[in-house]
Ligand binder design. Structure first.
Ligand code: HEM
Length: 330
């Protein structure tokens, strides 16, 4: 919804399967494969159009069709001057108004449908599964740590404005200023992302020969694989309680969020190419987390196995099966 202004209607298992959503998942799976096998193997498979690369090409075509349709519908709406908000429309409007004198060729390229497709794909790839993966681990951690759940509830009740609808049902709302006051919830989300970073690993290629702070020599063009998952659980970095889910470690004595350098808390990467959507992600996660926890008690189904899936995004292998019961206290 936020990126393309379209509701894919796939939140409920009863809804029909969405071809585009399936294509997106297939692409993610095939991209994991590219990280595992030597480059020559997947390049050969791509050339011969076999195996994972064949699946990737097909899914790519399906997803491309979907994105191009969205781009032309957004363009048509912009011409009709229809008021709409989504990231793609905002980006396109910005490009139209851009007054920066850049190279004409670059400027023309940035307005092509292909460039818009790549931009929309980056937004979707970066902000779609990452937030949902983080939230699923969060709900599981909260469900298995009742004292954390109680503290979150207490904070929500103290911060958020209740609103009684005409039919008597009560709902709550909050704005971004109030969201900033949800300190404990913010801490619980950061603690979740430390233990279960949605992007569990990353790799970078050295532009120049270098020596890492650890003393390891890196050659030019050598690939370095960084495991954010392992870093979030290292005793040297997080202390001897590193495996415990403790939102309190993020809160100072004065009750504020402790600043943790990005090179220590690496879930959003660090340095010049770190995540551009970090603040947006945390706000969005706070909105969903407080709406769910404030209105429902989440209980994990008995015997449901909770394991990470091998993927470029740290999803749960079998999803999270839960029982929701409506709360009466809010
Ligand atoms: C919990 C949610 C999220 C996590 C854990 C996360 C994590 C990351 C990580 C690890 C990177 C670095 C990737 C790399 O080096 O290749 C990254 C980059 C990026 N993220 Fe996020 N992200 C999240 C949500 C979002 C959202 C909601 C958006 C915006 C729609 C977003 C936009 C971006 C962009 C544009 C980049 C590329 C930055 C660049 O290369 O300069 N992210 N993110």
């Amino acid at each position: 919804m936020l990126v393309l202004g379209i509701d894919p209607n796939y939140l409920s298992v009863e809804f029909p399967q969405t071809v585009y959503a399936n294509a997106f998942n297939t692409m993610e799976q095939a991209l994991l494969y590219r990280h595992i096998v030597p480059k020559i193997c997947w390049k050969l498979q791509k050339w011969l159009q076999i195996g994972e690369e064949k699946k990737l090409s097909r899914a790519w075509q399906t997803f491309d069709r979907f994105l191009y349709e969205r781009i032309s519908s957004r363009k048509a709406n912009m011409e009709k001057k229809e008021e709409e908000f989504d990231l793609l429309t905002a980006y396109m409007a910005e490009e139209e108004e851009e007054e920066v004198k850049e190279d004409e060729q670059i400027s023309a390229l940035r307005k092509t449908d292909k460039f818009l497709r790549d931009t929309a794909f980056s937004f979707l790839g970066a902000g779609n599964d990452t937030i949902s993966s983080g939230l699923v681990w969060f709900f599981w951690l909260v469900a298995t740590h009742p004292s954390v759940e109680n503290k979150i509830l207490k904070e929500i009740k103290a911060t958020i404005v209740m609103h009684k609808k005409e039919d008597g049902e009560r709902r709550f709302f909050f704005n971004t200023k109030q969201a900033n006051n949800l300190v404990y919830l913010h801490a619980a989300l950061c603690e979740t992302l430390r233990l279960y970073p949605p992007v569990p690993y990353n790799h970078k290629i050295a532009g120049q020969a270098d020596i890492l702070p650890s003393g390891h020599h890196i050659k030019k063009n050598q690939t370095v694989l960084i495991s954010y998952y392992a870093m979030g659980r290292m005793e040297e970095i997080w202390g001897n309680d590193c495996l415990e889910f403790k939102p309190e470690r993020w809160i100072s004595e004065k009750g504020c969020i402790v600043h943790v350098p990005t090179y220590k808390f690496t879930a959003f990467h660090a340095g010049p190419r770190n995540c551009l959507g970090k603040d947006k992600a945390l706000i969005q996660m706070k909105m969903v987390a407080s709406a769910v926890i404030g209105n429902y008690h989440v209980k994990v189904a008995k015997g449901h196995p909770v394991l990470p899936r091998n993927s470029i995004i740290l999803n749960m292998k079998y999803g999270l099966k839960v029982q929701l019961s409506k709360r009466s206290l809010l």
